[in-house]
Design a protein around this ligand. Structure first.
Ligand SMILES: Nc1ncnc2c1ncn2[C@@H]1O[C@H](COP(=O)(O)OP(=O)(O)OP(=O)(O)O)[C@@H](O)[C@H]1O
Length: 259
């Protein structure tokens, strides 16, 4: 039986002739947590854009649970079970964490209906469990604008999980977080990995070390290498890619960590 939740075959994405992704092949097992790293411009964001249907392949294909995603609209792909967390938190700041999660649990209702109708018991349980999972049970009823950046990030991850996606795509979840918040986010992703397939894009190598089992390195739109964190860090091609771009080291400490 094929236990791949995601298969990407010979994928090329050209923007006016420039190949942001170049004959890329990638697969993810159901239940796997994968971290993707790579220097600026390697194609990481485009890689996520292709999976969510924001960008269409020029060549090649993306299969999600065996289904070709070509020409399926973004919102329909989301409904098929792919959830994406962007870098900047997108929570309703005037609502509480509990209300934000209730809204996400029931996307069919609008904001007013969610706030003024009685929440079914099953949903209350889900929200309670999620608040505990994301470590916001004690701050469940204060406006989200009073949360720290890290707490907002965890809330948004919770909102994503509330929609019950099979595959979670998480883009740089610890950018701008303190060390403590970074560790908490890592613990949260590890907990979620027990019941979800997750792809995380990240530059922070300390964080990558905390959560990574298998790492994929992208470079110039293709997979440069894959392996566990030690294999990847010691791979001469990876060292070369990061060493060859001294200005990148200033932008992202990952390169300094690797050398
Ligand atoms: N819409 C677009 N039109 C033209 N070029 C684009 C477009 N989107 C991305 N690119 C180019 O494709 C390449 C890959 O970009 P992408 O944003 O996917 O890289 P990245 O690995 O996410 O980089 P970063 O770490 O800086 O976010 C870059 O050279 C970028 O300039």
């Amino acid at each position: 039986m094929n236990n791949k939740i995601l298969e990407i075959e010979n994928l090329t994405v050209s923007f006016d002739g420039f190949k942001a992704l170049n004959n890329l092949n990638f697969s993810l097992d159901a239940g796997e947590l994968r971290v993707i790293i790579g220097p600026n411009g390697a194609g990481k964001t485009t890689f996520l854009d292709i999976i969510t249907g924001k960008v269409q392949p020029t060549e090649g294909r993306v299969l999600f649970k065996g289904r070709n995603l070509r020409r399926i609209a973004e919102h329909k792909i989301a409904r098929l079970g792919i959830g994406r967390k962007f870098q900047t938190p997108r929570v309703y700041l005037n609502l509480t964490p509990r209300e934000n999660l209730e809204l996400s649990c029931n996307r069919n209702k609008n904001v007013l209906a969610t706030l003024f109708s009685k929440t079914p018991t099953s949903e209350q349980k889900t929200v309670k469990g999620l608040l505990e999972t994301i470590g916001l049970d004690l701050k469940a009823d204060i406006p989200a604008q009073l949360l720290s950046h890290g707490e907002k990030q965890r809330l948004e991850i919770g909102m994503l999980v509330a929609q019950s996606p099979d595959l979670l795509l998480v883009d740089e979840p610890v950018a701008g977080l303190t060390d403590e918040e970074t560790a908490q986010t890592g613990d949260l992703l590890l907990a979620l990995a027990e019941s979800h397939s997750i792809i995380v894009i990240e530059h922070d190598m300390e964080f990558v070390r905390q959560i990574a089992r298998k790492v994929t390195v992208l470079h110039q739109g293709s997979v440069l290498c894959e392996g566990n964190i030690e294999e990847v860090q010691n791979d001469p091609r990876v060292i070369e890619v990061y060493l060859g771009q001294p200005t990148e080291a200033e932008a992202h400490p990952v390169q300094e960590e690797l050398v």
